[in-house]
Design a protein around this ligand. Structure first.
Ligand code: KIV
Ligand code: ZN
Length: 519
């Protein structure tokens, strides 16, 4: 069966989703998981965009061995040099060079003519070839580019050494028929594509909700690489969702007749990990990975499924890694059973991570009668949300209720190991907790978003709090998990403040941010 390459850009285009900034250890965790999932290419970041991005691409390049690791660059010598430096230690390095080609981008953004655009693209591809033979070129806004010019620039960059041609629908404007026809036209009119074995790639945004349909139309018309993100996260309305493309190609193989190397049973754990670490919640009705994707509510459907599953299910939840055996472990379960369950859930923890998770699991099992798969997932995801711990919660007492003035007394430990205790009143218990933490840490910030959910059902369920704060124009997320929702609220707030501190410390170590205006 012919294979379509999966190019995952969760860590580059996906991370461009507003509010989805990830730390370096978080990006590394996701990259390892993407490799386990079986993606062919990981676009790890845009090295010139910030020192942090450069460092992350470099770290991922040194860690990942099976997947190709790719860094993005505009058509400038400095961009390509940074991308080349960032991926140079990868087992399989790729540089992805892009330059806008549509009339609207040429005239209003780049203020350059067609000849200049071809010239800088060719020079850039040639420069990138000095670092690696694996070069991808994207004519940005390709779907709104005149076909003749698109053909011309594609021919020129192939001649200069590009090995993959990506055809982005940058603004999500394409329709499946029109987008598919672009691929057909390029393949039929550029003999070098066949002669040199050039891979054509799709890259679709979801502004009209057609990113997946457009990607599949590209595959039907000869694309053999699809660019996508986990849960469809990305700029504005997002990118094409990896899980939807992979499962569409697999379930409707009778139509598409191509497959991918993705291990579909790792889809759900990867989706969970990306959602937890980015803070971007997966909608309940999201295809493949949403909470309702396999839930049958209507009596007629339930009756049908009980009699014969395929009456209403076109794929099984197990096939995408959704755990079915939800009640798993209790307080007498041992390390071995816990390790096996984490592996079944798709996690590949180091000994150290497993030990920490096991200790937290035991503490949870003491508080909760039944520990479900969702509890274990939440616990591990929480643990993987790594930031440098500056402040730790040691203890907390809260008074609230009708007639009482909400008051919180909090004890924290700072990095020197010193204990500090303080108290404050507030409009409610959470406000009181957040006020006292602000005073103790000296970090004043605005609470932009506060969300709480029960991880499982039952009165003793763990509560998960996700928040977003803003400090000096910077937005940061925090997540807290506890059977006590006020404690979860405090933990989420501290996680966000610790994240802020780590980011500030890292920025101090590194150079100032470079301008991202188009040259
Ligand atoms: O959407 C887009 O055009 C991009 C390019 C950088 C490939 O993300
Ligand atoms: Zn994009």
């Amino acid at each position: 069966m012919e294979m379509v390459r999966i190019f995952d850009t969760t860590l580059r285009d996906g991370e461009q989703s507003p509010g989805a900034t990830l730390t370096l250890p978080e990006k590394l965790e996701i990259a390892r998981q993407l490799e386990l999932l079986g993606v062919d290419i990981i676009e790890a970041g845009f090295p010139i965009s910030s020192p942090g991005d450069f460092e992350s691409v470099q770290a991922i390049a040194s860690t990942v061995t099976k997947s190709v690791v790719c860094g993005l660059a505009r058509c400038t010598p400095k961009d390509i040099e940074r991308a080349g430096e960032a991926v140079k230690h990868a087992a399989k390095p790729r540089i992805h060079v892009f330059c806008a080609t549509s009339k609207i981008h040429r005239e209003h953004k780049l203020r350059k003519g067609k000849e200049d655009i071809i010239r800088i693209s060719v020079e850039s591809v040639k420069q990138a070839r000095q670092y690696t033979d694996d070069i991808e070129f994207s004519p940005e806004d390709a779907s709104r580019t005149e076909l003749e010019f698109l053909k011309e620039i594609c021919e020129a960059v192939i001649e200069a050494g590009a090995t993959t041609l990506n055809i982005p629908d940058t603004v999500g404007y394409a329709t499946p028929k029109g987008y598919g026809e672009i691929f057909k036209y390029l393949i039929e009119s550029i003999p070098a594509i066949r002669e040199k074995g050039i891979i054509l790639s799709s890259h679709c945004h979801n502004d009209l909700g057609m990113a997946v349909a457009n990607s599949l139309a590209a595959v039907e018309n000869g694309a053999r690489q699809v660019e996508c993100t986990i849960n469809g996260i990305g700029e504005r309305a997002g990118n094409a969702a990896l899980e939807e493309i992979v499962m569409a190609l697999r379930v409707r193989n009778d139509v598409y007749k191509v497959d991918t190397r993705i291990d579909a049973t790792k889809i759900y754990p990867t989706s969970r990990m990306v959602s937890s670490l980015t803070g971007l919640v997966v909608p309940r009705n999201k295809a493949i990975v949403g909470q309702n994707a396999f839930a049958h509510e209507s009596g007629i459907h339930q009756d049908g499924v009980l009699k014969f599953r395929e009456t209403y299910e076109i794929m099984s939840p197990e096939s995408v890694g959704i755990p079915q055996n939800t009640l798993v472990l209790g307080k007498h379960s041992g390390r071995h059973a816990f390790r096996t369950r984490t592996q079944e859930l798709g996690y590949n923890l180091t000994e150290e991570q497993l030990e920490t998770a096991f200790t937290r699991f035991k503490a949870l099992a003491d508080k909760k009668k039944e520990v479900f798969d969702e509890d274990i997932e939440a616990l591990i995801d929480d643990q993987l949300e790594i930031g440098q711990e500056v402040w730790t919660l040691v203890g907390m007492q809260v008074t609230a209720g009708s007639g009482a003035i909400p008051t919180a007394s909090v004890t924290l430990r700072d990095t020197n190991g010193d204990l500090v205790t303080d108290a404050s009143v507030g409009d409610g218990p959470v406000d009181a907790i957040y006020s006292v933490i602000q005073r103790m840490t000296g970090v004043t910030c605005k609470l932009l978003d506060y969300r709480i959910r029960a991880v499982t059902h039952g009165k003793d369920a763990q509560g998960e709090v996700q928040i977003e704060i803003e400090h000096s124009g910077k937005k940061l997320r925090g997540r807290g998990l506890s059977t006590d929702i006020l404690e979860a609220s405090a933990l989420a707030y501290l996680a966000a403040i610790n994240r802020l501190r780590s980011a500030a410390a890292r920025e101090e170590r590194m150079h100032p941010q470079l301008s991202m205006e188009h040259p």
